[in-house]
Write a protein that binds this ligand. Structure first.
Ligand SMILES: [Ca+2]
Length: 275
């Protein structure tokens, strides 16, 4: 058995496409599998993935929010006594800058809004506002629900609370102005967690699953599923709390990044259509 055949066999057994191997990427068409929605009325589109790049990730980071901006990641971590916000170098995973939050707060999702970084907390109904560059606190805001994930579409904040709801907030007043309930063929999709607004859709981790759900922000309908089963790093497989969480998108270069809580790796992936 030659080496290429062996490698392909192993990748097939793992259920992975081979786009992380430059020598065979052309034949797999990984680079051509754009994230185009091909769903019909009967079923949402289902995607698998292939790995474009693998990066180190701080395995002490209980990732609750992940954002890409101008060549670096901004990340928010959780757990009481361990929560912080941080700026992370992509290639090395090194933490370039960080700021802890008080021990009584459990950090959750983050997003960048203009020159500020916004951070939710889990059950305190309180969000924190920081200067994006210095991480100096600039204020707080409140909301009536738990805080899980947050993103924005350029005009409004979008926030999850662990249910199937996504709330839309005025970014100036933080008032909830509207929202959607996420439903797939009549079934509520609960435990919506980390969020990312990507090309007119809301993408959400579904807590305790390997799935990212793609949501129509107007109707709340599910328009696609991304199944990331098999992505979790081998070194982290025994940690049941180390679940997939964290989606970041580099719009300029169309790069999609994902990781998980306490994961030792962070991945750039591309979607592979399954139906
Ligand atoms: Ca995100």
């Amino acid at each position: 058995m030659n080496k290429l055949f062996s490698a392909l066999t192993i990748l097939m057994l793992l259920g992975l496409s081979a786009c992380d191997n430059p020598s065979i990427s052309a034949s797999t068409g990984c680079g051509e599998t754009a994230a185009t929605v091909t769903s019909n009325e009967d079923s949402a589109a289902v995607y698998s993935f292939c790995i474009v790049n693998t990066y180190d990730h701080d395995s002490n980071a209980f990732t609750q929010g992940l954002v890409y901006y101008e060549g670096v990641f901004y990340e928010g971590t959780g757990r009481y006594g361990f929560s912080n916000i941080r700026k992370v170098e992509i290639d090395t995973g090194d933490v370039l800058q960080s700021r802890d939050i008080a021990d009584q707060y459990f950090g959750e999702g983050i997003t960048l809004w203009n020159d500020q970084l916004l951070q939710l907390t889990w059950q305190a109904q309180k969000g924190f506002i920081y200067d994006r560059e210095t991480f100096e606190p600039q204020g707080e805001f409140s909301y009536p629900t738990e805080g899980w994930g947050i993103t924005h579409d350029g005009s409004k904040l979008m926030m999850s609370d662990g249910s199937n709801a996504i709330f839309y907030l005025n970014p100036d007043t933080f008032e909830i102005t509207s929202g959607v309930e996420v439903v797939d063929k009549g079934q509520q999709i609960n435990r919506l967690n980390e969020l990312e607004y990507i090309n007119g859709e809301i993408w959400a981790n579904v807590w305790l699953t390997n799935n990212i759900v793609r949501i129509d922000p107007v109707s709340g309908d599910v328009i696609g599923w991304l199944d990331l089963t098999g992505l979790k790093p081998t070194a982290d497989l025994n940690n049941r709390d180390a679940v997939l969480n964290g989606i970041a998108y580099d719009e300029e270069n169309d790069r999609l990044f994902v990781t998980g809580k306490w994961w030792s790796k962070l991945f750039e992936i591309q979607l592979v259509a399954q139906n």
